[in-house]
Design a protein around this ligand. Structure first.
Ligand code: AMP
Ligand code: GLY
Length: 472
């Protein structure tokens, strides 16, 4: 099969690697010269991913039989529509359905129109004159979000990014004054809990869940610093998370299914990956955002677990409307992803640093290496840009063991860079689990949910009846 991968980051390298493992011929359309993708590609085109026409022409001339769109920008630019019009089956929705991600306003209005509860209280403000009253309607802390695409970076949370309601209002006012502010600003009730990402493959024949993942959004260790696209992530052996019960996971999937049904009811069919960003609260999972693609880094956890099977055939099923469920098989193993980024990534990235990457030793350590926004700089060398550079993915039977593997492999990346070493560490995962346990403690408001908080890295076999019922 001749499969075109659109995008040039770590996620696209991971997608291309799986396609290559399935013996597909990989074609690439990327804005940068990603060394990992370049090595896998039979042919490639450099594109800013804003104009579909040259990429459609490339797909035609290369006789692409499938296209997989990695990032959100080409989805927003109508690459899905244009490739489908050229009769190339696509993994990724058309521009109109991709608005579940590209317009937070569209997403919230879709949920409201179809009576889908399960999100925070939201107010959409378009007129700066009404900001004061809107802010005043939140009795507690709130969150300010631009209505459009920001790669997770424009969201400000009270208590982390601003202190007082007045500061939040001032930030909202600044956003409204920007050209992108004409769609408005979302004010949301600040939810307390632990975040997780639940992705699913979506096509006409159904919604097929992928393993749950926890992403680390803040730029610095200890969850300090600004929100980023994601510094790394982990997944647990049983495809749940240490604080996520089967019941809570199923409730999040039910929400995703309802989003798909709502889109369909509005005449917006969906073939691609749907990503739910959830907050697990005392009252169950709440939907914070939808994305119309694999998460990055979360996609790396999930793709690394894909069993030797025909990934190209699986994605072809998504693109053409019917998935063969026997192709959906993910190893029962834990994974940890850590991204190597330029110092200052998120706020003031210092791009340009050259790194020495000993890829054979990383491979020999049993750790996967995916290249993201780096430029090749000679044999075994890459130059960092302002974005995430390299992803290391460790796999083991327990999260802390996968973490140890990644940490050991980092010695083979030399140069000036930053990495969040706490991602997937036993101490950090325990802290997150404790956070959820405290939130659900009997002294807190009684939970209607039989949420389990298992010990970190609880073996898969312990699932079934929840390890610990917090309502007990
Ligand atoms: P979003 O792009 O909407 O996912 O927001 C980016 C990040 O901001 C999320 O991953 C959360 O860490 C945080 N966030 C967004 N909305 C809320 C909310 N309503 N309550 C608490 N934190 C939030
Ligand atoms: N890691 C969050 C995202 O892919 O949007």
């Amino acid at each position: 099969m001749r499969a075109l991968v659109v995008g040039g980051g770590g996620r696209e390298h991971a997608i291309a690697a799986e396609l290559a493992r399935a013996e597909a011929t990989v074609l690439v359309a990327s804005p940068n010269a990603n060394p990992g993708l370049e090595r896998l590609a039979a042919a490639s085109i450099r594109s800013d991913l804003l104009d579909p026409a040259p990429v459609v022409e490339f797909a035609r001339s290369q006789r692409a039989e499938l296209a997989v769109i990695g990032p959100e920008a080409p989805l927003a630019a109508g690459f899905g529509d244009a490739l489908r019009a050229a009769e190339v089956p696509v993994v990724g929705p058309d521009r109109a359905a991709a608005r579940v991600e590209t317009s937070k306003r569209f997403c919230r209005e879709l949920l409201a129109r179809h009576g889908i509860s399960g999100g925070p209280k939201v107010t959409i403000v378009t007129d700066p004159g009404t900001l004061g009253a809107a802010v005043g309607s939140f009795p507690g802390p709130f969150v300010v979000k631009p209505a459009g695409l920001t790669s997770g970076k424009g969201v400000w949370v009270q208590g982390a990014d601003f202190a007082t309601p007045e500061e939040g209002a001032a930030y909202a006012r600044t956003l409204l004054a920007l050209p992108s502010g004409r769609d408005g600003v979302l004010l949301e009730e600040k939810l307390e809990g632990e975040e997780f990402s639940q992705m699913a493959l979506v096509t006409d024949s159904g919604v097929y869940p992928l393993p749950a993942v926890q992403d680390y959004k803040r730029g610095l260790e200890g969850d300090r610093g600004g929100n980023t696209g994601g510094m790394g992530s982990y997944s647990q052996r049983d495809h749940l998370l240490p604080f996520l019960s089967t019941d809570a996971r199923d409730r999040s999937l039910d929400l995703l299914r309802r989003v798909v049904a709502a889109l369909r009811a509005d005449g917006l069919p969906y073939r691609g990956v749907l990503y739910g960003g959830f907050m697990l609260t005392r009252d169950g999972p709440k939907l914070l955002e939808c994305n119309a693609r694999f998460g990055d880094p979360e996609g790396l956890n999930v793709l690394s677990l894909y069993e030797p099977g025909d990934f190209a055939e699986l994605l072809m099923g998504v693109a053409t409307g019917r998935v063969d469920p026997t192709l959906l098989s993910f190893r029962l193993r834990a994974t940890v992803v850590q991204y190597v980024v330029p110092v200052g990534y998120g706020d003031r990235p210092a791009g340009g640093a050259e790194l020495e990457v000993d890829a054979p030793s990383i491979d020999a350590a049993g750790v996967r290496l995916y290249y993201a926004s780096v430029d090749a700089a000679g044999a075994g060398r890459v130059r960092l840009t302002a974005s995430r550079g390299l992803a290391l993915v460790g796999e083991a039977s327990a999260i802390h063991e996968a973490h140890r593997r990644v940490e050991a492999a980092l010695q083979f990346v030399r140069g000036t860079y930053y990495v969040r070493h706490d991602i997937g560490s036993q101490e950090d995962v325990r802290r997150r689990t404790e956070h959820m346990r405290t939130l659900l403690a009997p002294s807190a408001k009684a939970s209607p949910l039989p949420l389990s908080v298992a010990a970190p890295d609880a073996p898969a076999e312990s699932h079934g009846p929840p390890a610990q019922l917090l309502s007990e």
